[in-house]
Design a protein around this ligand. Sequence first.
Ligand code: DO4
Ligand code: MG
Length: 278
Amino acid sequence: MKLYRTSSRNYVEDSGRYYQVPESSWDALVGQEDLQAYLRSVVQSVKSATNFSSTQIEAPIGSQEVWAAGVTYYRSRSARMAEAKDAGAGDFYDRVYTAKRPELFFKAAPSRVIGPGGSVRIRCDAKWSVPEPELTVLINPRGRILGYTVGNDMSSRDIEGENPLYLPQAKVYDGSCALGPCVLLDSEPLPVTTTIRLEIERSGAKAFSNSTTLAELKRPIPELVEYLFRETSFPAGALLMTGTGIVPPDDFTLAAGDRVRITIDPIGTLENVVAQGR
Ligand code: DO4
Ligand code: MG
């Protein structure tokens, strides 16, 4: 089952049919005692909907905070060690990659999250910007994984590379986070063969594409969730991005008008256009 949030209602998709969910509050759904059981009962008791429109899909978020894990893939470790070398900070990324405690950082308040089809932004004061395609988990207020969505952790590599203390400015700004198109409801880990694909299109032509799999993710997702909830409560639940395993080559930077497409097959494709300035 997949759960969609749209501008009008919430819908659950099962075997290709869409059902309007009576509960219209996303936060109330995330807080359900047993969300899968509730949605199964919706599928069994409600007629399938004819008014579901993919153009109305919004980011799968209500009041949840978005957090992110970092340096969970070897590719992220290496790229960051190189970009932070001149600042004498490369070693930090190597250390966190192998440390017991993961890197977790606050990524976005709901108002800064962009849904499918919306514009993600690059900063005007950054010269080197990239998307980060990340499997993202939806977690209920009790720390239980409800399911998975697709995330884009937009990042300014030059700002972070200049000094790791600039991380919040490199990572947290308007339009720096995109999520969607839906939540694949599954509390079990996804297979390690699950592929994450990134495509960047510029003026109708492919500018970059690459893929990775969950086999490259160094840390178990439940362990990341356990650290996040260890000393912090999330009354509305939370979304946790699990890190990037794809980093474009160093001579690549995003430009306004680029299209960023991130696909994680069992979930779907998150597509956004890049904007700069207001
Ligand atoms: O250490 C900085 C951020 C890392 C990150 O966002 C990632 O690895 O995905
Ligand atoms: Mg990231």
